[in-house]
Design a protein around this ligand. Sequence first.
Ligand code: B1M
Length: 223
Amino acid sequence: MNAADHFARLARTVIEGEPEEAEELAKAAVSQGLDALECINKGLTVGMKRVGELFASGEYFLPELILGADAMKAALAILEPALLENQQRETLGCVVLGTVEGDVHDIGKTLVGTLLTADGFEVTDIGFNQPVSNFVAAVEHCNAILVGASALLTTTMTQQKAIIDGLEAAGLRDRVKVMVGGAPVAQAWTDKIGADGYAADAIGAVALARQLVGADPSPKFDA
Ligand code: B1M
C-alpha cells in the first residue's frame, strides 16, 4: 500500500468509526516509516472533518461522532509518540494548555500540545472543560510564559475572553501571552477579545508560540 492509500484508509477508519482498525493502520504506518504528522494531517484529520460534515448535515448522530473520535484517538496514541521521538532539547519555557470550561473537545488541543512539546516547550496540559481558575492556578504554578486556550463550540469561545480577564484580575496578564484556537476561532475574534495570537492548526500554533515568546522563528515543523 502506498502512502496516499494509507492516508485514505486512516481517514476511512475515522469516518466509519473503527478504533481497532485505526490502531492497526497506525502501527503499520509507523513500522513502514511513514511520516506521523502526514498520517494525522492527510489521514485522520481529513476523516474527522468528514465526520463533522456528516453530523452537521444530519446523516450522523452523536454515537458516530463518538466512534469517530475513538478511532482518531486510538491512532493518535500510536502516532504521537513517534512525533516526540526527535524532541528538541532546547527549553523554550512553560506553556499552560487546556480546553475551556463547558467544552469536552480535546483531540485538537492535545495535538497542539504534542507538537509544542516536540518543538521544545514544556507543556502543562490541564485537560478539557477547565474553568478559568484552573488556567490561572497553572500559570502561577509553572511560571508560564504562554497560555493556550482551545474552544470548539461557538457557545464556549467566550471562555477564552474570561481566561484573559481572569489572568488580568490575578495580576498575571503582563507576564503571559495568550494564544487561542479551535475550529470556530478566527483572527477577528482574537482581536476582539485582546488575545495575543490565533492559529488555525497545530503546526501554525508552534510557529505562533515561538513568535509570541520571542524564540528563534524556525520551528521543527514547517508551517
Ligand atoms: Co463535537 N462539535 N460536539 N464532538 N465535534 C463539533 C465541534 C461541531 C462543529 C460538529 C458539527 O456540527 N459539524 C459542532 C459545534 C458547532 C458549533 O458550536 N458551531 C459540535 C457539537 C454541536 C457537539 C455537541 C454539542 C453535540 C451534542 O451533544 N449534541 C457536543 C458538545 C459537548 C461539549 O463539549 N460540551 C459534542 C461532542 C463531541 C464528541 C464528545 C462526541 C467528540 C469530541 C471527542 C473529543 O474531543 N474527545 C466531538 C467531535 C469529534 C467533533 C468533531 C466532529 C471533530 C473535532 C475534532 O476532534 N477534530 C467537530 C467537527 C469539526 O471540527 N469538523 C465537532 C479533529 C481535530 C484535530 O481538529 O479540534 O479542530 P480540531 O483542532 C485543530 C484546530 O482547530 C487547531 O489545531 C488542531 C489541530 O490541527 N486548534 C488549535 C485546536 N485547538 C487549538 C488551540 C490553539 C491553536 C490551535 O492554541 C491554543
